[in-house]
Design a protein around this ligand. Structure first.
Ligand code: NAG
Ligand code: NAG
Ligand code: NAG
Length: 294
């Protein structure tokens, strides 16, 4: 049976504000875990990417189909291609405010200030309206105004990335290609999970536990920060030291995060938590992802 005279209708467009819940994850949004290096959480962050109206090229039709001869100044599109410019624009604003911040410091500022609850105050949902997690949204949804003043940043320079390549057992030939000259890996072999990333992931946790190192830099006023941990199910996470006092801007401090399994069964699948450094005003939040050895 073929419908010979199909009919459709369009309703008058209407702007609806304050829809709830928002934001929530699009069904097409790519998800973790990271298949290449599971010790590095991916995605990092999420930003608006559904039905975003933006300027459009006149070199093609809004449908991108050859027979469509329409040319429009604006169109609505969805995807990472829409999310990415939101984040890139924010990076530009942060760089203008803080010209001395490295790319990693800017990324850290956006990740540690991102929000992981929606406008109902509940966990960000996925497209089936079930709670999503860090494998869907990373650190959370970008919060531009908060990222201007993150308090602390997890900074990284070229040498940290070279040490990361050392941890991945890249050989001297490949390392010197990246470095432009030979690079000597540290005597004590670096660990992948010690890359000074604004998220913390431990895979293959055994009964003997695991230890991860991080360094934070104070980018605010002199301040005292205290660590709070949202514990992942079946795992006990402790931070040492759990109080850090920064006397001046630019000061760096290193801490250790210790993972112990209380109930390995509970963390057989990935378990999620968070580490939050707070001075009472700022909340420097890193997602924690952990999985016990199979
Ligand atoms: C949402 O999460 C639930 C529970 O984890 C899962 O079963 C479902 O497939 C997810 N939906 C999407 C669209 O990712
Ligand atoms: C170094 O690694 C590259 C890429 O895996 C490989 O092609 C090359 O043969 C290696 N060189 C040495 C000296 O082992
Ligand atoms: C974790 O353990 C599994 C099973 O032993 C192994 O296949 C995998 O390579 C390990 N992953 C990492 C990142 O060590």
């Amino acid at each position: 049976f073929l419908e010979r005279s199909p009919e459709g209708y369009l309703e008058k467009p209407e702007t609806i504000l304050e829809t709830k819940p928002a934001p929530y994850m699009a069904a097409f949004s790519s998800q973790g875990p990271n298949p290449v290096n599971p010790e590095i959480l991916k995605p990092d962050i999420t930003a608006p990417g559904v039905s975003v109206i933006a300027a459009f090229t006149r070199a093609m039709a809004p449908t991108e189909l050859a027979f469509d001869e329409r040319r429009v100044a604006f169109t609505s599109m969805s995807g990472t291609s829409m999310s990415c410019p939101h984040v890139s624009g924010l990076v530009g604003l942060l760089k203008a405010l803080h010209p001395d911040w490295s790319p990693s410091a800017i990324k850290s500022a956006m990740m540690t200030t991102a929000i992981d609850v929606d406008n109902k105050g509940e966990s960000i949902l996925n497209a089936s309206l079930a709670p999503a997690g860090p494998f869907a949204y990373g650190a959370g949804h970008v919060w531009p105004s908060r990222s201007m003043n993150p308090g602390l940043v997890y900074d990284l320079g070229p040498d940290h990335y070279l040490d990361f390549l050392c941890a991945l057992k890249y050989n001297a030939t490949v390392l010197s290609m990246f470095n432009g000259e030979p690079y000597k890996c540290p005597e004590k072999a670096p660990k992948i999970e010690d890359l000074n990333y604004p998220s913390i992931t431990v895979v293959n946790l055994t009964a003997s536990g695991a230890m991860v190192k991080r360094t934070v830099k104070n980018v605010g006023s002199p301040c005292k920060y205290k660590a709070m941990v949202r514990q992942p199910a079946g795992v006990h996470v402790t931070v040492s030291p759990d109080v850090m006092e920064f006397g001046k801007k630019g000061e760096e401090k290193t801490f250790e995060v210790k993972f112990e399994t209380k109930n390995a069964k509970l963390a057989k699948n990935y378990a999620f938590g968070a580490l939050i450094w707070s001075n009472g005003v700022q909340f420097v939040k890193s997602p924690i992802v952990v999985k016990t050895a199979a």
